[in-house]
Design a protein around this ligand. Structure first.
Ligand code: PLP
Length: 479
């Protein structure tokens, strides 16, 4: 069978539309004798029956293993060049108290980017000394709280924050460790990176202004300067962009060493994961070895010691661990007119099967926000029916409400089937919304065949709770 002319170039016609491409699914994903997908030993149809759909199903061991793998890879790579590494889990990718606890148990620190994320880490009992606090516009209250709690590092994002954080540190009688976020001019995304003198974006301060800013930081006895920080982008598959950023930052880092200590260099997160079979992920130990090689070579040529290197992966730790489980509601075969732009020698029409599920852009905004691609599989059964090109649509009132732009499912997919979309651990639940007053789905963690709820589903009561008019109506106090 040939690929549908409506399919994107990267999507081949599958030999088996039931197969689970291992790089895209949690490590434990498999089909059982009934054809149902199991994650960490739990059958998805059973989870749907017990917890409802849509449902995020997270493989606990997968998260823990990825956290440990990143940590040990960076520890080993930097030990080999006479230094050490620190791994911060970027909580913005997905944060709840259970996951915060897991990553800390696996030896990671956590980055938080708001008072709310800080509250989750606190509720999880995470030692504040293990936390990094980010944000380009932290409120005074957030700064005061973070400093008062003894957060391990605050990432200063602008010069105005220097005085704000030092004032808070003085109020609390503390010396607050700080990093300085640099806009390195390097921007990387997937396989390409751009290196300019400056990047047109809101984060950090220009490299050229770093020395003056660090002098101001050092003039405050209530601040301790840890080092420079850069984050160059997301879904990065090659280390060339990180290497360029490291070289740029280390040149300034060396200058700063002439005026005092600079124990660290933070190179941010952004390591890519496989969302589809087209994404080829570089193993993390190769990335870590590349980082260590570039940083140590640069330090040797600058004649400085190799600093502690910190990184902040989010997606690479949590992304592949989770699948979103949906129930199919309606199906439409939409006849699409094609022009030559749809493919070579294309003329006429072809059919795209629109499969609508019981969630959508409220539980995964990434396809609508970034045009992100995902894949899909029948979760409750396998089928030998010929594969059909499908688009998985949500139930929201937006034509851009698409979860999977293009994949193949067995052509006999039918209402009531369950479908699972893998690699939804990062920036799906975290970016979820109540659009159209849908409650945000529950999250279950599965381990050794046992599933437990780690975030419950939002109910209609939750949705109405903040509507002050509801209470007024019930009390008869409306006018
Ligand atoms: C400063 C910073 N660090 C780390 C991350 C995590 O990126 P990723 O989840 O792609 O690893 C982000 C993501 O936006 C970020 O802005």
């Amino acid at each position: 069978m040939t690929a549908s002319p409506l399919a994107p170039g990267w999507l081949a016609h599958p030999a088996d539309a039931n197969a689970l491409v291992s790089a895209v699914w949690p490590a434990s994903a498999e089909r059982d004798d009934d054809g149902a997908i199991r994650i960490a030993g739990a059958a998805l149809p059973q989870l749907a029956a017990e917890f409802g759909t849509p449902l995020y199903v997270m493989d606990e061991v997968d998260v823990r293993t990825r956290a440990t793998t990143v940590r040990t890879a960076f520890d080993a790579a930097f030990a080999a060049v006479g230094s050490s590494a620190a791994v911060y889990y970027a909580g913005k990718a997905f944060l709840c108290t259970t996951v915060a606890r897991w990553v800390v148990e696996e030896g990671l620190h956590i980055d938080v980017a708001s008072g709310g994320e800080l509250a989750v880490a606190r509720a999880a009992g995470v030692d504040p000394a293990l936390l990094g606090f980010h944000g380009n516009n932290k409120s005074l209250a957030e700064i005061d709280l973070a400093v008062g709690l003894g957060v391990g590092a605050i990432v200063l994002d602008s010069v105005v924050e220097i005085d704000r954080v030092s004032a808070a540190a003085e109020r609390h009688g503390r010396v607050q460790p700080v990093r300085l976020r640099i806009n390195s001019g390097v921007h990387a995304s997937t396989h390409e990176y751009l290196a300019t003198a400056r990047e047109d974006q809101k984060f950090g301060i220009p490299l050229a202004d770093a020395a003056a800013a660090v002098a101001v930081i050092r003039s405050h006895p209530s601040l301790r300067f840890l080092g420079l920080h850069s984050h160059i982008g997301s879904q990065i598959f090659e280390s060339a962009g990180f290497a360029e950023a490291a070289r740029r930052l280390l040149a300034v880092h060396a200058e700063l060493l002439t005026g005092g200590e600079v124990p660290e260099l933070n190179l941010g997160g952004g390591f890519g994961i496989a969302y589809t079979s087209a994404d080829e992920v570089t193993p993390i130990d190769e990335i870590a070895a590349d980082f260590a090689r570039v940083v140590s070579a640069e330090c040797t040529s600058l004649g400085i010691p190799v600093p502690v290197v910190a990184i902040e992966p989010g997606r690479a730790i949590i992304g592949p661990s989770t699948v979103t489980l949906y129930e199919v509601g309606t199906i439409k075969d939409v006849v699409v007119s094609m022009t030559t732009k749809d493919g070579p020698n294309v003329d006429g029409t072809d059919v795209r099967k629109y499969v609508s599920v019981d969630g959508g852009m409220s539980d995964n905004i990434r396809p609508a926000l970034y045009g992100a691609d995902y894949t899909v599989r029948l979760a409750n059964r396998t089928s030998d029916a010929d594969p059909a090109l499908v688009r998985i649509a949500g139930k929201h009132c937006e034509s851009g409400d698409i979860v999977v732009h293009a994949d193949y499912l067995p052509g006999d997919v039918t209402p009531g089937d369950l479908v699972a979309v893998p690699a939804t651990g990062a920036y799906c639940w975290a970016l979820s919304s109540n659009y159209n007053y849908l409650g945000r789905p529950a999250v279950v963690a599965v381990r050794d065949g046992v599933a437990r709820l780690i975030v419950r589903r939002e109910t209609e009561d939750d949705l109405l709770r903040r509507d002050v008019g509801v209470e007024a109506l019930m009390n008869g106090t409306t006018q």
